[in-house]
Every structure is written in structure tokens, then in C-alpha cells.
Ligand binder design. Structure first.
Ligand code: CP
Length: 311
């Protein structure tokens, strides 16, 4: 079965195809009429979330329902995982219910791959540890393309907890693949090794990294993954790496402000910029998330539905 486990394994045309298909779903979702296209009628989709989520879980649920599928959500905190059931046994259990697609979020990098190896249906990675969050990168690329034009003409600055961020990893793979110029900015302790070899420009000085940027993508400090890493206090962090009215002036005049959410207001971004009417794309990113997830569910179930087309 085809899976979507990460961006790193995707070819350029595959990324472009998903984004192109998502444009169709943006139109349907904005049509004002029925937002339904029931091409997945009769299929069962299980969203198995072992970590908290608002945007990803709800947008996968809405995407599946708009496509006519029966969608069920498994929250690990209320499941038999709490009684000690293993990840593999949980996967085998979901598989026995004959799901037609399983969407998984898990705190461990590689856990989604492990489940994909055990089940008989497409698996979509909704975020695994610090590894990948592919649908986030795809919705971010769609947002940039719609607001700023061709991706290969953009300078994108990603600032924040790069080390622990699956969003940063997937975005770096996706945007590099599509030809963008990428800069990352973070305290030295939150920058992973090997980024320069990928072709990413690395900065510890945010002011230098933001100069002339077309897009600034801010990330949350992932305190749940810090493991005692040395980081500045929230006040120092906001001073050195927070996006504020003064700093944004260093970027291009028409800079697009992005954040995958959830936001820690006043830490990595001021409220006035997060809510900026023209420059902030944060709400649009959420909207694009539904469209991208509709595209992914449609594409990955085509084989099972015996529909022609990729996957
Ligand atoms: N951006 C993102 O993945 O948000 P959630 O954790 O709310 O799904």
C-alpha cells in the first residue's frame, strides 16, 4: 500500500501533484455550497493520536468526512494503550477492524513507519517525534505558493526550536526540493548538525537571518522534548528570537508571517504580528490544512478504490 510517512522520500513531481490537487479542494471548501464530495463513501479512516493535537486531528477528521468516509478517532489517553498495550498490538488491532486508511501521530520518531509495516492499508504520518510532519509541510508550501507565487523565488527564514521540530524538518525537505532558499535561526543548542550539508544557511543571529526574507516561519519552543537542553529563559528567548514589530522591518516589505501553531503568544511572536490582517498567514495555514489532507486521503486511497492515478 502507498503511505505518506515523510517528505524526504517524495519526488518533486509528487509534492507538486499533491499541492495541485489540494487547490481543487480549496475551491470546494470555499464554494459556500455543500462542501461534500463523497468519493470515499464506504471507506473507514482511523485517526490514531498518541499525542495531543487540535489542528491536525480536526482537519483530518473534517477532510475525511467531506470526502464521505466514516472517520473514527482513537485518543491514546482514553485507549487501552493506558493499560499497557504495545504499539504493535494496537496497530494489529486497528488493522483487524479493516480500516481503509490510518492516520497516526506519535511521540516517537519512527513509530509511524513501524505501524505502516504491520497494517494492510495506507498510513499517513500526522507527526512522529522529531522526525517528520509531512502534511504540515505540504500545507505550508501550498500557503506560500498561493500568497507569494513560485516557491523557487522565495527566501524562507525558519526561526525557533529547529532541533526538536518535525515541522522544520519536513519544511526543509519540502522547500529545498521545490527550490526555495532556506535560512534557519535558533540558539546554537537548538540547531541540529548537518543542515549546511543539505544547503540550508544557519544563523544564531535572528536579525541577520530575517534580512530580506520573503517568508518568516516561527516555531514554538517544544518544552515537552527538551530533555534538559540548555535554552534561554522565555524572556531572553523573546528578546533574541521573538518576532516583533521592530524585527519584522528587516524582512521584505511584503513578508509573509507563518506559524504552524500552537502559538505561545509573547514568546516566539507578538500578538500584533500573529494577528496581522495582511501579513499573517496563520489562519490560512489552518484552512490549507483541510485541503491538503483531503488531497492526501483521496490520492492514497485510489489504489483501493481502483481509481486511476498516482498511488
Ligand atoms: N501544527 C500542528 O500540528 O498543530 P496541532 O499539534 O494542533 O495538530
Amino acid at each position: 500500500h502507498p503511505h505518506l510517512l515523510g517528505i524526504s522520500g517524495l519526488k518533486n513531481w509528487e509534492i507538486a501533484y499533491i499541492i495541485d490537487q489540494a487547490e481543487h479542494w480549496v475551491k470546494l471548501n470555499r464554494s459556500g455550497a455543500s462542501k461534500h464530495d463523497d468519493r470515499l463513501r464506504g471507506l473507514t479512516i482511523i485517526n490514531a493520536f498518541f499525542e495531543n493535537s487540535t489542528r491536525t486531528l480536526l482537519s483530518f477528521e473534517i477532510a475525511g468526512k467531506r470526502l464521505g468516509a466514516d472517520v473514527v478517532n482513537m485518543h491514546a489517553a482514553q485507549s487501552s494503550v493506558k493499560k499497557g498495550e504495545t504499539l504493535i498490538d494496537t496497530a494489529v488491532t486497528l488493522n483487524a477492524m479493516r480500516a481503509d486508511a490510518i492516520v497516526i501521530r506519535h511521540g516517537s520518531s519512527g513509530a509511524v513507519q513501524l505501524i505502516a509495516d504491520k497494517v494492510d492499508c495506507p498510513v499517513i504520518n500526522a507527526g512522529d517525534g522529531t522526525h517528520e510532519h509531512p502534511t504540515q509541510a505540504l500545507l505550508d508550501a501550498l500557503t506560500i505558493k498561493r500568497r507569494k507565487g513560485p516557491i523557487d523565488e522565495q527566501i524562507v527564514t525558519i526561526c525557533g526550536d529547529i532541533l526538536h521540530s518535525r515541522v522544520a524538518r519536513s519544511n526543509i525537505f519540502c522547500l529545498l526540493n521545490m527550490g526555495a532558499q532556506i535560512r534557519v535561526a535558533a540558539p546554537a543548542t537548538l540547531i541540529p548538525h548537518g543542515l549546511e550539508q543539505l544547503g540550508v544557511e544557519v544563523f544564531t543571529d535572528f536579525d541577520a537571518a530575517i534580512k530580506g526574507a520573503d517568508v518568516v516561519m516561527m516555531l514554538r519552543l517544544q518544552n515537552e522534548r527538551m530533555n534538559g537542553d540548555f535554552i534561554p529563559s522565555p524572556r531572553e528567548y523573546a528578546f533574541l528570537y521573538g518576532l516583533n514589530e521592530q524585527r519584522i522591518k528587516l524582512a521584505k516589505d511584503d513578508v509573509l508571517i507563518m506559524h504552524p501553531g500552537p502559538i505561545n503568544r509573547g514568546v516566539e511572536i507578538t500578538s500584533s504580528l500573529a494577528d496581522h490582517v495582511t501579513q499573517s498567514a496563520i489562519k490560512e495555514q489552518v484552512e490549507m490544512g483541510v485541503a491538503v489532507r483531503m488531497a492526501c486521503l483521496d490520492i492514497l486511497t485510489r489504489k483501493a478504490r481502483k481509481v486511476e492515478g498516482w498511488a
